[in-house]
Ligand binder design. Structure first.
Ligand SMILES: Cc1cc2nc3c(=O)[nH]c(=O)nc-3n(C[C@H](O)[C@H](O)[C@H](O)COP(=O)(O)OP(=O)(O)OC[C@H]3O[C@@H](n4cnc5c(N)ncnc54)[C@H](O)[C@@H]3O)c2cc1C
Length: 494
């Protein structure tokens, strides 16, 4: 019965399910491997095991064998599978990680746990909200992005037992691994703002952080001729720290191009103390703000929304640390939700005190479990949480896993690079690139990074999405060095 089911299956999503089924089918063969636990302190043993597993499983990626295994699986099998490399999360980091590792090691068996069939190019959300891009262009099927030999387990990871090298899924199935890469992104805490979930997507309440509602941002901007528009930013860390203000500039520029900018009271309500974490760019952004006549409210954290009454309440902290509540009327409010590590990471043995996957800043190896790595938004590393950071992190994790397999020590390689293409208008971008410690580290010499440039707008609309879909996710490495020395002459002028 299982065979005929597989034969009938044509759609790619079904093919993915077949791979997931294969996960279960391999339970018997894997059960004995699972018993041979490679604990964190036994990475050496784990490496040997991984090498053996690579040989043993090389042929298993062939579709015919996968089908055969599905056919021969009795329903009562214990649901335990084993993979040399297991990845949790198939977003920017997970897909890029899986495909890059596949390019470096064609035989290594890799499984990836990801519940969602859709994959979004989230950096495109800002310009979707600004009316300059489409959600269709920013969406692809997960199945189309993974190399066919990657085993896609379509489920949620729920718990970790690092001492047993085991991850348990929502379905109850367990998967053991030799090496684990944890990259499930971060969690959007919509519920931390009272009244928000009920009103998001209507009453002028929008957010580029939700694929479901991102197009509503543009509807709001397009429909307004005058009024008060509020743009909120919660406490850090958040993904793409520039995104809360990027959409504000796009809205302001849209109003300016329509000749109605003077009809608006535009306010930036930021829980933080300044425009941007890197002072060099914060200064330049202050000029952008002034040019649009935008009012800034720092120490101003959105805590409640009454959508129907069009009122937003902020907890405001003054210079002496005294807190008070301020309620503002709005015609449109763009909300950036509070963000934190996913709950299942927070409550796991992998978390640091803040709830994030506890990683070495430069090797991206877990601080307690040597055969676990992490990257992307879920990691504890103090970089800007961006896809640009992921681009630089993936090669480091790939290299270090391959080094461990060969019984070599891990190496430092990640310098904390992150980037934020700040859309300062509908045809200009300030390309902010920086590394650990707020160092300004551009990828291009001779160009003042504070300049608002048309060329970077073209990058934002065309170049960066192309790089994401056709270079980064398929696992090609793009090693453009970003150097502090390129910024020196401009820092001296600052
Ligand atoms: C509005 C906006 C604008 C942005 N602009 C930029 C920009 O201009 N430049 C830039 O570089 N970055 C930008 N980013 C940030 C960038 O998109 C993220 O930093 C990047 O996607 C992080 O990759 P990730 O793989 O860690 O997380 P994600 O890409 O979010 O992927 C996480 C994946 O894990 C999966 N997952 C979640 N829970 C589980 C679980 N229990 N088990 C298994 N899988 C799970 C999710 O389904 C998801 O597919 C922006 C983001 C937003 C929202």
């Amino acid at each position: 019965m299982a065979t005929s089911k597989v034969k009938e299956t044509k759609a790619k999503t079904e093919a993915a399910k077949t791979k997931s089924g294969a996960t279960k089918a391999k339970a018997k063969a894997s059960a004995s491997k699972a018993k041979t636990k490679a604990s964190a302190s036994k990475v050496k043993a784990s490496s040997v095991k991984a090498a053996a597993a690579i040989k043993a499983t090389a042929e298993e990626v062939k579709a015919e064998e996968v089908k055969a295994q599905v056919t021969s699986t009795p329903k009562s099998e214990p649901k335990v599978s084993h993979y040399p490399v297991l990845i949790v999360g198939g977003g920017a980091a997970g897909v890029s990680m899986a495909n890059t590792l596949r390019r470096k090691s064609t035989l290594l068996e890799i499984a990836l746990i990801e519940p969602s069939e859709q994959h979004y190019y989230q950096p495109g959300f800002t310009i979707i909200g600004g009316g300059a891009y489409s959600l269709k262009k920013a969406t692809k099927q997960e199945a189309d992005l993974l190399h066919p030999s990657i085993i896609w387990v379509k489920d949620f990871a729920e718990t970790f037992e690092p001492e047993k090298n085991s991850v348990t899924l929502r379905s109850g199935e367990s998967i053991t691994y030799d090496y684990l890469v944890v990259c499930p992104g971060l969690q959007l805490d919509w519920d931390k703002i009272s009244g928000l979930e009920e009103t998001l997507g209507k009453n002028g309440v929008c957010s580029n952080y939700s694929p479901k509602h991102v197009e509503y941002t543009w509807e709001c901007i397009k429909g307004l001729e005058s009024g008060t528009t509020l743009f909120t930013q919660p406490p850090m860390p958040i993904k793409c720290a520039g995104a809360p203000q990027k959409i504000m500039y796009l809205a302001a520029d849209r109003f300016r191009k329509k000749g109605i900018l003077d009809n608006f009271d535009i306010q930036f309500c930021n829980a933080g103390p300044g425009m941007f974490g890197v002072p060099f760019f914060a200064k330049a952004l202050t000029k952008v703000i002034a040019d649009y006549g935008i009012t800034t409210n720092f120490g101003s954290n959105l805590v409640e929304i009454d959508g129907e009454a069009k009122k937003a309440t902020f907890e405001v902290t003054d210079g002496d640390g005294k807190k008070s509540k301020v309620t503002k009327d709005f015609d449109m409010i763009h909300v950036t939700p509070p963000q934190s590590a996913p709950d299942f990471i927070k409550s796991s043995p992998l978390a640091n005190a803040g709830g994030w996957v506890d990683l070495n800043d430069r090797t991206l190896q877990h601080n307690k479990f040597a055969n676990i790595f992490g990257l992307g938004d879920a990691g504890s590393t103090p970089n800007a949480k961006t896809a640009a950071a992921v681009r630089k992190q993936v090669p480091v994790v790939v290299k270090n896993i391959l080094r461990l397999i060969k019984n070599e020590a891990v190496q430092e390689g990640y310098e904390g690079y992150g980037s934020c293409p700040l859309t300062t208008s509908l045809n200009t971008v300030m390309l902010a690139e920086f590394s650990y410690g707020g160092k300004v580290t551009p990828s291009f010499p001779k160009l003042d990074p504070r300049e608002n440039r048309f060329i970077w707008w073209i990058g934002k609309k065309i170049g960066f999405p192309w790089l994401y879909w056709y270079w980064m996710l398929p696992g090609h490495t793009l090693d453009i060095p970003s150097k502090e020395s390129y910024a020196k002459e401009f820092l001296d002028q600052d």
